[in-house]
Design a protein around this ligand. Structure first.
Ligand code: GLA
Length: 395
C-alpha cells in the first residue's frame, strides 16, 4: 500500500495490514545537507553537515526465525531474504541491498542478527543527493542492534557499519560524512567534523538563517559517476606530492597538504590533479571560515563562502553540472539569498541556499516560480537541522 498519511500510527496500521500483527519498534534516521566542505571527508578534511527534517522510518517486529521480510511503502514492493544463506546483491529492488548490506556487515563483524518483519518508509527524495541511502543504512543498523538485545552502539560505530555496507556491499566508495551526520546530528546545529579523527563540534544555526533546498531532479548515479574516480585522483596526487615534496613539507595525508604545498605541486602535477587538490585545500579553509562566520552571525560572509565553494566544485573539482549551475544562479538572483551552492557529491541532485529567515517564504515562492523555466522543474523546500537517528518502542 502507498502511504498518504505519514504519521507513525498510519505506518503502524500499514505494517499490521501487511504482517497481521503490530510492529514493536520504529527506527528513524534523517537525510542530510552538507552546508559546506564537499569532497573533503574522504580526504580527512573538514565538513559542516546538518541532518534534515526528512527521514527513513522502519517499523519492525522480531521473528523467531532468521528471515527478513520487508515491505517498502514508497514503492509498494515486498522482499524477503534469509540470514542463514549467503547474502548477495540483487538487482530486482535496489533498496533491499542497503538492508542486506547491513546484515552482511553485521554478520561478518560477528554481531548477533535476528529475523524481523519490517515496513520501510521514507520522505527523503530518493537518489537526489540528500543521503536517503545512508539514512536507510543507519536505520537498519539500529533495527538489527535493537533486536540483538545488546546495548546500543555509539553513533560513530553505527556510522562506520553503515559506511562499510555502502563501500563493500553496495559498491560506492563514499566517505563517512553522510552516515555520521544521520547517526549523530544535534537538533538546531550543524556539526563541524574533522574527518581525520571524526571529532566534531556542534555549531548552532542562527535563527535568522534559513536553509532552502532545490532538488534539480537531475540524475546522479554515484556508483557509475566520477565519484570513485575523483577519490582515486586525490590518492594519485597525494602519492606524487609525498614523493616530490617530502624535503620541503611534512605530508602524511591529504589533510597535511597546505595551500603552500598545493602551489609548489603545480610545477609537477598534471593540471587536472592540481585543480583537484587545490579544491580540497581551499575548501577546508572555507569550512573553517564558514564556522567563524556563523559564530559571528556574519551571514553575508557565509553566503560568499557558499558561492566560492560552488565555483571551486564547478571549476576545480569538476563535479557540477549545467542544471546545478543554473539553479544556483537563480537562487543567488532571488531576493533574500546570501549565497548558494551544490550540496553532496554533485553531478546532479540538490543545491542549497543560505537565505535571510525573514524573507524565506517570498524567496521560496519566487524561486519556485522562476525555476519553472528549467527542465525538469526543481522542487524547492525549506529545511531545518534536526537530531540524529533513534529507535523507539511503538506504543
Ligand atoms: C557523497 C558521499 C560523502 C561525501 C560527499 C561529497 O555524499 O557519500 O561521503 O564525499 O559525497 O562531499
Amino acid at each position: 500500500m502507498f502511504v498518504r498519511d505519514e504519521s507513525d500510527d498510519h505506518l503502524a496500521a500499514a505494517f499490521t495490514e501487511r504482517f497481521g500483527r503490530r510492529p514493536e519498534f520504529i527506527a528513524r534516521a534523517p537525510g542530510r545537507v552538507n552546508l559546506i566542505g564537499e569532497h573533503t571527508d574522504y580526504n580527512g578534511g573538514l565538513v559542516l553537515p546538518i541532518a534534515i527534517d526528512r527521514q527513513i522510518r522502519i517499523c519492525f517486529a522480531p521473528r523467531d526465525d532468521q528471515t527478513i521480510n520487508l515491505l517498502s511503502s514508497n514503492f509498494n514492493q515486498n522482499a524477503s531474504f534469509s540470514l542463514e544463506l549467503p547474502l548477495s546483491k540483487q538487482n530486482k529492488y535496489f533498496w533491499v541491498n542497503y538492508v542486506k548490506g547491513i546484515a552482511d556487515v553485521l554478520q561478518r563483524s560477528r554481531y548477533q542478527t535476528r529475523g524481523f518483519d519490517g515496513l520501510v518508509y521514507g520522505n527523503i527524495p530518493i537518489a537526489s543527493g540528500l543521503s536517503s541511502s545512508a539514512a536507510l543504512e543507519v536505520a537498519t543498523v539500529l533495527a538489527f542492534i535493537r533486536l540483538s538485545g545488546q546495548s546500543p552502539l555509539k553513533p560513530l560505530e553505527v556510522a562506520k557499519l553503515a559506511q562499510q555496507a555502502e563501500n563493500e556491499f553496495v559498491g560506492v566508495n563514499c566517505g563517512l560524512m553522510d552516515q555520521f551526520i544521520s547517526a549523530s546530528a544535534i537538533k538546531g546545529c550543524a556539526l563541524k567534523i574533522s574527518c581525520d579523527t571524526m571529532v566534531f563540534t556542534p555549531i548552532e544555526i542562527p535563527a535568522d538563517l534559513a536553509i532552502v533546498v532545490a532538488n534539480t531532479k537531475l540524475n546522479r548515479s554515484l556508483a557509475g559517476s566520477a565519484y570513485n574516480h575523483r577519490r582515486a585522483e586525490c590518492e594519485q596526487a597525494l602519492a606524487s606530492i609525498k614523493s616530490r615534496l617530502s624535503n620541503r613539507f611534512e605530508i602524511e595525508t591529504m589533510n597535511d597538504v597546505s595551500i603552500e604545498a598545493v602551489a609548489a605541486a603545480q610545477d609537477f602535477l598534471p593540471p587536472s590533479l592540481f585543480r583537484r587538490i587545490k579544491h580540497v585545500a581551499t575548501e577546508n579553509q572555507r569550512v573553517a571560515a564558514a564556522v567563524e562566520a556563523l559564530a559571528d552571525g556574519d551571514l553575508s560572509s557565509l553566503g560568499q563562502l557558499f558561492n566560492a565553494s560552488h565555483n571551486s566544485l564547478r571549476d576545480d573539482y569538476e563535479v557540477s553540472s549545467k542544471g546545478l549551475d543554473q539553479v544556483t544562479s537563480l537562487m543567488r538572483a532571488t531576493a533574500g539569498c546570501y549565497g548558494a551552492r551544490l550540496t553532496g557529491a554533485g553531478f546532479g541532485g540538490c543545491a542549497i541556499a543560505a537565505v535571510e529567515a525573514s524573507k524565506v517564504d517570498r524567496f521560496i515562492s519566487q524561486l519556485t516560480q522562476v525555476s519553472t523555466a528549467l527542465e525538469p522543474t526543481p522542487e524547492v523546500f525549506l529545511t531545518r537541522p534536526v537530531a540524529g537517528a533513534s529507535v523507539s518502542e511503538v506504543r
